[in-house]
Write a protein of this length. Structure first.
Lengths: 367, 565
């Protein structure tokens, strides 16, 4: 689903810029297109511009430059209430003076729907989120998770084709959050609605989305399905931001092929890596290795693979895995995760080991 | 889908709970008592913290108000000033159309004499004047002439024997011999105390003997009153002072009935000769005496009024406050031209409602701006809202006077613009319009502040949510924002309405005659007409109206929904 041509895009941002004060750009040159039915997550740290993008799409902020299209039509000048976009807010924004049923009835009433139609739709929406028994309650009488479901039902009850969610699970506890992640994705796929989901929680982004757009500094750093994003980050920011990551700094020594190069680390060691966004020798680079791709068993490595000496600083038993913190090439925060298998060695603090990895797992990124 | 909200682990159940009976603390005492003991200290400390304020409020606010309200039913001035008269008058039937009996006039004479000596009779006159116009002047002029009768009698008595003019002699005659009659003195002490409010306990140095009291009851009564008043209120030596003229009136009255032949106390001889020469004294009945002073004294109406207002407590003030009157024939509507209070109450309520409504209309947008502007601008606006609080109320009201008067700023501008003819300048002050404008301005902050604090608590996401659900700006405001701001409107309205209903200064200055409130009338009764009872009754009714409205508001809107901040 990654490649979508402009013509079939359901939602499209075209060269969109946004500035609040006329001096700094919060969103810099945003281009994005989504096919119908996609679940896209905007992921990024606070202030990266992801919420602004969502608000522009919803119509609460106007784009300073560029065009936002919905189903091929520019919606820049359409007020929010005419866009027909469902939205779930961070704190649910359930109207406290109305019952659950009245909250759900609201979008139908403003669409001048008849009473019987309304009741049928409200019932269907409530059943959809398993909240049918709560129609007469007030939002304040519900738990956080229940409010969350009502907010979801309200955003869906008028059957919008596009639903926006602004960190909807931020206020829930971990267990409930995980449960709701599953619920939301299931509903979105069952109903075939297009969803734009904003979060700063990378686990949420990885588990729920068809594609994830990683935002930083007002730009999309990478837009890719979760597995690509994790395994093939295109730059240091994405590598750092998604999942756990070990970084070693150095200089490109030689480009040996389209998928291979050698890097001289700042400590003098030479390692093999896969060049991602380095192009010529002498460039500064950061190599990135996922903790679970680091290998301590030499038998599993290629012949002639580069090995580095490492000193164990800390060994943490975590049940399913062991987490070992090492000093590698002057980096004191080099983490290795190993599976808790019967033959796995439990290292001790102060021990020295040799570690290595497949060159493909070691990505030479920008400095 | 099961709800995954987790119940916390059950709170650690203490083992005691399993045992039957009350829960016990570690030392074996009931847990409840231990808890109470532990909390008592805290409560006492908390109480000590608020005690200064509590005492201050009690002493300076609640007690005076209670005292003031009590005056609205208190009416003991009649029975305190005329104790014997009111007792004697009880059996009189005003429907006969006849003035009361001579006995009532006798009692009235002695009561009035003591009252006029204590200068209390004019107060009673003022009090009764509220119910029957003209009584006040009767009491005042008659009080001055009460001496005349006694003086005439004394002149005649002196002709019979010079000793009657000797205070010391009269003293010894009254003192008499044998057992002193302390009951008469005590009765007099109580009466004079109630009349003057002065302390009348203590050593008097006089008590009539039982024989004298029995022989000359009226003279004894007059003399004892004189003795108590002179000795204990004025602090003089009773024996050396000339007695009141009423003593001689009592003597003449008594001698007409008394058989002095058997009496042998001091001055017995004089009594006998005087009794024998009684024909030389120009005896006049007291009814005639009063009738001669003022014909109205034998009008049964005046006595009916005194009779009606004899009880210690009266509903008269409250009836007056709602344009009714307590007459001897029951409760009646006041004359058409005297009915003002119901109209004033209605006007006060109506104008307060208009002012409250104006405050909502003007204050709501301002509060909305305050709650939605960026902090810096909101602060500036807040200062503008609070500015009126920092200027004197009088200055603000006077400013409105300048703005609104016929030669004022607004009229000048309208004339200059040609919208109003110079000869027909608008009358905007000294009427209801002026009061409403000035008071709306003055009370506006009391509406804006609670509204603002409520609106501040309404997250903007509600409006966004409503719009995202398809509502237009107006629908989103009216169906989502406005209902949530209603508690603020409620709080502001209660504040403004209750403040408005009792407002005084502004209507006084800009209200003229048609724009004044009930409070202006209360102030008039408290400080000008000095009819405190009526003022208190009006105030009490106002208080009850406010409490009723508050109660109704609580029932309809619920006081829990009111947020002041």
């Amino acid at each position: 689903m990654a490649a979508t041509s402009e013509s079939e895009a359901f939602v499209a941002f075209e060269r969109v810029q946004k500035s609040y004060d006329g001096e700094a750009l919060v969103v810099k040159d945003l281009n994005l297109s989504m096919p119908k039915g996609e679940f896209l997550t905007m992921l990024g740290p606070s202030g990266s511009g992801k919420t602004t993008c969502l608000m522009m799409l919803a119509g609460f902020e106007t784009a300073t430059h560029g065009e936002i299209k919905l189903d091929g039509v520019s919606i820049n000048n359409i007020p929010p209430h005419k866009r027909g976009i469902g939205m779930v807010f961070q704190n649910y924004a359930l109207f406290p003076h109305m019952t659950v049923a009245e909250n759900l009835s609201f979008p139908l009433e403003v669409r001048k729907m008849g009473k019987s139609d309304r009741e049928a739709k409200i019932k269907r929406a409530l059943d959809m989120v398993q909240m049918g028994a709560f129609a007469g309650r007030r939002p304040t009488q519900l738990s956080g998770g229940q409010q969350q479901r009502i907010a979801l039902a309200r955003a869906l009850v008028f059957e919008p084709e596009l639903v926006l969610m602004d960190e909807p699970l931020g206020a829930l506890d971990k267990q409930l959050r995980e449960h709701m992640q599953f619920e939301i994705t299931r509903l979105a796929h069952d109903l075939g609605i297009t969803t734009v989901y904003v979060t700063h929680d990378q686990t949420e982004a990885l588990t729920m989305s068809d594609r994830v757009a990683v935002f930083n500094d007002g730009r999309i750093q990478q837009l890719a399905p979760p597995d690509i994003l994790y395994e093939e980050p295109e730059n240091s920011f994405v590598a750092q931001f998604i999942g756990e990551n070990n970084t070693l700094e150095g200089t490109v020594k030689e480009i040996t092929g389209p998928r291979s190069c050698t890097v001289q680390l700042d400590g003098g060691e030479i390692i093999a890596a896969r060049p991602v966004n380095v192009s010529e020798p002498g460039q500064r680079t950061r190599v990135s290795i996922r903790p679970e791709r680091v290998e301590m068993n030499k038998d599993r490595l290629q012949e002639g693979a580069h090995l580095l000496k490492a000193e164990v600083l800390e060994f943490i038993y975590m049940g399913d895995i062991f987490r070992t913190r090492l000093r590698v090439a002057g980096n004191n925060d080099f983490v290795v995760k190993t599976r808790n298998a019967p033959d796995q060695v439990r290292l001790k603090k102060g021990e020295t080991v040799e570690i290595g990895w497949l060159p493909d797992d070691c990505r030479a990124l920008d400095a | 889908m099961t709800d995954t909200t987790q119940n916390g682990p059950m709170g650690g159940t203490p083992p005691e709970e399993k045992a039957s009976g009350p829960m016990l603390a570690a030392d074996g005492r009931p847990l409840k008592r231990s808890l109470n003991r532990a909390l008592r200290r805290q409560k006492l400390r908390a109480l000590a913290l608020i005690a200064p304020l509590l005492i201050f409020v009690l002493v300076t606010f609640i007690a005076p108000i209670a005292d003031m309200l009590f005056r609205s039913v208190e009416n003991d001035i009649v029975s305190n000033t005329l104790p014997s008269t009111t007792a004697e008058l009880k059996s009189w039937d005003h429907t006969t159309g006849q003035p009361p009996s001579e006995a009532v006039f006798e009692d009235f004479y002695f009561d009035m004499f003591a009252a006029s000596e204590a200068k209390q009779h004019t107060r009673l006159g003022t009090r009764l004047n509220y119910e029957d116009t003209g009584v006040s002047s009767m009491f005042r002029s008659s009080g001055r002439k009460l001496d005349d009768l006694g003086k005439d009698y004394l002149k005649a008595l002196k002709k019979i024997d010079k000793r009657w003019d000797d205070g010391a002699f009269v003293y010894s005659l009254m003192q008499g011999q044998g057992t002193p009659d302390t009951a008469v003195v005590d009765h007099s002490r109580t009466a004079i105390h109630k009349l003057t409010g002065a302390e009348t306990a203590g050593d008097l140095g006089f008590a009539p003997s039982e024989a004298v009291a029995k022989l000359l009851p009226d003279m004894t009564r007059a003399y004892t009153d004189f003795a108590v008043y002179t000795g204990l209120v004025d602090g003089k030596d009773v024996a050396k002072e000339d007695p009141w003229e009423s003593v001689y009136v009592g003597l003449v009255l008594d001698l007409q009935k008394a058989d002095v032949s058997g009496y042998d106390g001091p001055g017995a001889d004089l009594l006998k000769t005087t009794k024998a020469d009684l024909g030389q004294i120009p005896v006049e009945s007291l009814k005639d005496f009063f009738a001669k002073m003022d014909k109205k004294w034998i009008d049964p109406d005046i006595w009916a009024t005194i009779q009606t207002y004899s009880p210690k407590y009266t509903s008269g003030y409250f009836l007056n406050a709602i344009d009714l009157q307590l007459t001897p024939d029951g409760i009646k509507q006041r004359d058409e031209d005297q009915q003002i209070y119901i109209m004033l109450f209605k006007r006060t309520l109506f104008m307060s409602l208009v002012i409250t409504f104006s405050c909502i209309v003007l204050g709501y947008p301002v509060a909305w701006l305050l709650a939605n502007l960026p902090a810096a601008k909101a602060n500036l606006l807040m200062i503008l809202v609070l500015l009126p609080f920092w200027t004197s109320l009088l200055v603000r009201t006077s400013a409105w006077k300048i703005m609104l008067q016929q030669q004022g700023v607004i009229n000048d501008v309208l004339v200059w613009l040609g919208m109003v003819d110079d000869g027909h300048r608008l009358v905007m002050i000294n009427n209801q319009f002026g009061t409403i404008v000035a008071m709306t301005h003055i009370l506006l902050p009391f509406m804006i502040l609670p509204l603002y604090s409520v609106m501040q608590g309404i997250p903007p996401s509600y409006l966004r949510a409503a719009k995202s659900l398809g509502a237009t700006n107006w629908t989103a405001f009216w169906r989502v924002y406005f209902p949530q701001s209603v508690p603020g409107i409620g709080a502001g309205s209660i504040l403004v309405f209750i403040l408005a209903i009792g407002y005084y200064i502004t209507p006084e200055i800009v209200g003229g005659t048609t724009g004044t409130f009930i409070s202006n009338r209360i102030a008039y009764h408290i400080s000008s007409s000095l009819n405190w009872g009526l003022g208190a009754a009006l105030g009490a009714i106002l208080l009850v109206i406010v409490l009723l409205l508050y109660w109704a508001y609580d029932r309809i809107v619920g006081i829990d929904n009111v947020k002041l901040g």
